[in-house]
Design a protein around this ligand. Structure first.
Ligand code: NAP
Length: 275
C-alpha cells in the first residue's frame, strides 16, 4: 500500500511519506519568541466536525470521517507541544467514558517513535495540560489520572472561587486566571503561557475554545483535514462556535496535501493555514 501524500501547494507534485509529514513544523525558537499556538480539525466537505451519536450525551467525530492516517498527523502535532489546551467538557466526558481517545501523545505502539522523538529532544515524556473552564465543573479523579503531567486550570477571575479551591486542593492542578469575567479571555493568554515556559501550544479542544482563541488573537496556525464526503445532519458542530468574528480572522494558505487513501474510496485534503 502506498503511503504517499501528494503536495498540492506550495510545490505541486512533490511526494511525501505520511509518517513525519507534520513533524518539525514549529517555527524556529530563539528562546525569545512568543508561545506558538496551533490547532487541528478533521471536517467533512459540508463542514461537520461532530455529530450526535446514539447512546452518548455529547457529539462525536463521525466515524465516516475519522481515520488512522489523519490520527497519525494529530499525534505528530501533539508530539511537538509543551502544552495541550483541552476543556472542562473533555474531563467530564472521561468520567462517563465518553471521551473519544486518551490525551496525546498516544500510548499505542504505533506512536512509540513520537514518544521517543520527544525524549531525544529533551522534552518531557508527555505534554502538559491546560483545561479551559468557566463552570469549573471538573471531576477531580479525572485530573488525578493525569499525574504524570503538569495540569493547569485556566479560567476567568470571576469564576467560582470555592470550586477552584476545591479542585486545586484535591489534585495536583494549578489555577491560572486569564480574564476578568468567568470565561477565559485569550487576549491575555500568551503572557500566561510564556510564564509557564511554553513554546509550542496545541489546542485540541472543540469549537468554543477555538472561538475563544481566535477572538483573542491567540491562534497562529490551523491544520484542517477535509475528508471528501458529505454528511448532512442538522445538529452538528463546525470547528468554530461563538459570536461572529469582526473583523473576520484571515488565515492564508501555507500548504496543502492530498491523501488519496483515507477515508477509503474518497481521500482527504490536508491544509495548513496561518503563519
Ligand atoms: N473533528 C474534530 O477534529 C474535532 C476536534 C475537537 C472536538 N471535536 C468535537 O467537537 C464537539 C464539541 O467539543 P467540546 O464541546 O468538547 O468543545 P468546546 O466547545 O471547545 O468546549 C466546551 C467547553 O470548553 C470550555 N470553554 C470554552 N470556551 C471557554 C472560555 N472562553 N473560557 C472558559 N472555558 C471555556 C467550557 O468548559 P466548562 O463547561 O467546564 O465551563 C465549555 O463547556 C465534541 O463532540 C468533540 O468530539 C471534533
Amino acid at each position: 500500500m502506498s503511503t504517499e501524500i501528494l503536495e498540492l501547494y506550495p510545490n505541486p507534485g512533490r511526494q511525501h511519506a505520511l509518517q513525519g509529514l507534520y513533524l518539525d513544523q514549529m517555527p524556529p525558537d530563539d528562546g525569545a519568541r512568543d508561545p506558538f499556538i496551533y490547532s487541528n480539525y478533521i471536517s467533512s466537505l459540508d463542514g461537520r466536525i461532530a455529530l450526535p451519536a446514539a447512546g452518548r450525551q455529547t457529539g462525536q467525530v463521525p466515524p465516516e470521517i475519522g481515520n488512522d492516517r489523519d490520527w497519525r498527523l494529530f499525534q505528530e502535532l501533539a508530539a511537538q507541544a509543551d502544552l495541550l489546551i483541552t476543556s472542562g467538557r473533555y474531563f467530564r466526558q472521561t468520567e462517563v467514558q465518553e471521551e473519544q481517545a486518551e490525551l496525546p501523545v498516544g500510548s499505542a505502539p504505533e506512536f512509540a517513535d513520537l514518544r521517543e522523538w520527544r525524549i531525544q529532544r529533551g522534552m518531557s515524556p508527555q505534554p502538559d495540560i491546560a483545561i479551559f473552564s468557566a463552570s469549573l465543573d471538573i471531576p477531580i479523579p479525572a485530573i488525578r489520572r493525569q499525574a504524570d503531567r503538569n495540569v493547569y486550570i485556566i479560567t476567568g477571575a470571576n469564576a467560582d472561587d470555592s470550586r477552584l479551591t476545591r479542585l486545586v486542593s484535591g489534585s495536583h492542578a494549578r489555577a491560572i486566571h486569564c480574564g476578568s469575567g468567568d470565561h477565559v479571555d485569550a487576549s491575555l493568554l500568551r503572557p500566561r503561557l510564556a510564564e509557564l515556559g511554553c513554546r509550542n501550544v496545541y489546542a485540541i479542544a472543540g469549537p468554543a475554545v477555538l472561538h475563544t482563541l481566535i477572538a483573542g488573537d491567540a491562534l497562529d496556525r490551523l491544520y484542517l483535514t477535509t475528508a471528501h464526503c458529505v454528511l448532512g445532519g442538522t445538529a452538528f458542530n463546525t470547528f468554530v462556535r461563538g459570536p461572529q468574528l469582526k473583523p473576520a480572522r484571515r488565515m492564508p494558505l501555507r500548504a496543502m496535501y492530498l491523501d488519496p487513501l483515507a477515508p477509503e474510496g474518497t481521500g482527504q485534503t490536508m491544509a495548513v493555514y496561518g503563519c
